[in-house]
Ligand binder design. Structure first.
Ligand SMILES: Cc1ncc(COP(=O)(O)O)c(C=O)c1O
Length: 452
């Protein structure tokens, strides 16, 4: 079967929270000055009360509000696609399945969290949300969700993406959002960062500093984050819950699950619902794929660090390259983040999840093979998963043990054609920070308890 669909009535009724099943929980978020957990009032000044409760929850399941399920019905359940044409072209015996989130109105999985975040804020009378966006996928998703629920939306878009992906910006504006290239002149953080780094192309960490400051300096305003934090990953578990059911329908179970990682929300969303099975002895290899230009899980340090560039957020226990790390302007804007979610980091640290890093030329080569066989243009971020899935399939075949591989296809790349042009014209360059550069960036980690 080419596409495995579920009925609308099978849209999950609850999200899954991996914290209920993790053998070792990540340590809590802490404040840099007190080294204590952030006061609830502070968290609630940033996020809606319900989202803060989800952030701290260890309940296994969290009910999805009916209004959110209704909005999900625009594009959920999303299809699971068997990439049989790609398999044929490559002569594979292994089977490749992709959970395709490009069918959402914003073109990626980001709507899965944008919708509930806008909903919960509207519920408590908030009228304005601020956020950052890297490649523009999260900004597109939040602008749409805000429009539906009647909230104003202010977006700080990483400068390099603002320039590389103008149509993403226009999509956000079409949904009524105000979009600034970050660092901007609209916030004190933006001005300070521009002065400190006059030639910067921006980073997600800088854009987060601006969005947080903006939310805190406007009444009735809250901040929305597109990845990393537990509540965001919880919302994304609709991916894994649906994929598991879809595979079950055709009598399959994955030997390998892989996908791209920026802050880790789509990856966590796809793989966490399989973690209980792995803990119960199922033999699944789970592989997180990141860019060599921003090798957080493969070369970063497991430590407490800020989530932003101006030291405004609580400290997060995560793999980090340091919040000063400036990834080169690769085309996968959504993967240029210095850290990774706390649960994902803990599971990598504990050996439950493996991490690998790929160069962007290899990633685009795989993306082109995918386009020319499956007819879907993947986002550059998603193509990291595709490249790894192909690698794993070939390896399994070579070893004479074909495998069933499940991979996230987190979004389409219709707004990323300039990246493809860059690849096709031979102008794409691969970059990779040196060990010295990473060590240098890690020197500025905040003083905080060591993590083991
Ligand atoms: C299409 C797409 N996939 C993946 C990501 C990575 O984010 P995350 O690791 O939170 O899934 C992004 C981020 O912007 C994205 O736009």
């Amino acid at each position: 079967m080419k596409k495995i669909y579920l009925e609308e009535s099978e849209i999950p009724k609850a999200w899954y929270n991996v914290k209920a099943d993790m053998p070792k929980l990540p340590p809590p978020l802490i404040m840099a000055d007190t080294l204590k957990e952030p006061p609830i009032e502070m968290l609630q000044r940033l996020f809606a009360k319900e989202l803060v409760e989800q952030e701290l929850s260890t309940d296994r399941f969290i009910d999805i509000p009916e209004k959110v399920r209704n909005m999900y019905s625009i594009y959920r359940p999303s299809p699971l696609i068997r990439a049989n044409f790609l398999e044929e072209k490559l002569g594979l015996k292994s089977k490749l399945y992709f959970k395709y989130e490009g069918v959402s109105p914003s073109g990626s999985h980001k709507s899965n969290s944008a919708i509930p975040q806008a909903y919960y804020n509207k519920q408590i009378g908030i009228n304005r949300l601020t956020t950052e966006t890297g490649a523009g996928q999260w900004g597109s998703a939040l602008s749409m969700a805000c429009k539906v629920f009647g909230l104003e939306c202010v977006i700080y878009m990483v400068k390099v993406s603002f320039e590389q992906k103008p149509y993403r910006k226009i999509l956000m504006q079409t949904n009524g959002a105000t979009v600034f290239a970050s660092p901007s002149r609209n916030t004190k953080n933006g001005i300070a960062l521009s002065e400190k780094y006059p030639n910067t192309t921006g980073s997600l960490a800088m854009a987060i500093s601006e969005a947080v400051e903006d939310a805190l300096s406007h009444e009735n305003s809250r901040y929305a984050l597109g990845s990393v934090l537990s509540h965001v990953v919880i919302h994304q578990t609709v991916l894994g819950i649906e994929a598991k059911k879809q595979l079950e329908k055709i009598g399959q179970y994955p030997d390998i699950i892989c996908g791209c990682v920026g802050g880790g929300s789509s990856f966590g969303g796809l793989v966490f619902p399989f973690i209980p099975d792995k803990l119960n002895g199922k033999n699944i290899d789970i592989i997180a794929v990141e860019p060599k230009a921003c090798p957080t899980l493969t070369k970063g340090k497991y430590a407490y660090d800020y989530g932003d560039a101006s030291n405004m957020t609580p400290l997060i226990p995560m793999y980090t390259l340091g919040n000063n790390f400036k990834p080169s302007p690769i085309h996968s804007g959504g993967l240029r983040y210095h850290g990774s979610g706390a649960e994902l980091s803990r599971l990598v640290k504990d050996g439950m999840i493996e991490a690998v890093a790929l160069s962007q030329k290899d990633v685009f080569e795989a993306a082109i093979q995918f386009i020319q066989t499956e007819g879907i243009v993947p986002a550059p971020e998603s193509s990291h998963g595709i490249a790894q899935a192909i690698f794993e399939a070939k390896k399994a075949d070579r070893e004479g043990k074909p495998k069933t591989i499940l991979c996230s296809l987190t979004g389409h790349g219709h707004f990323d054609m300039s990246s493809y042009e860059n690849y096709l014209t031979g102008n794409m360059v691969d970059t990779c920070p040196t060990d010295d550069e990473i060590e240098d960036s890690l020197k500025y980690l905040p003083e905080a308890p060591e993590l083991d």
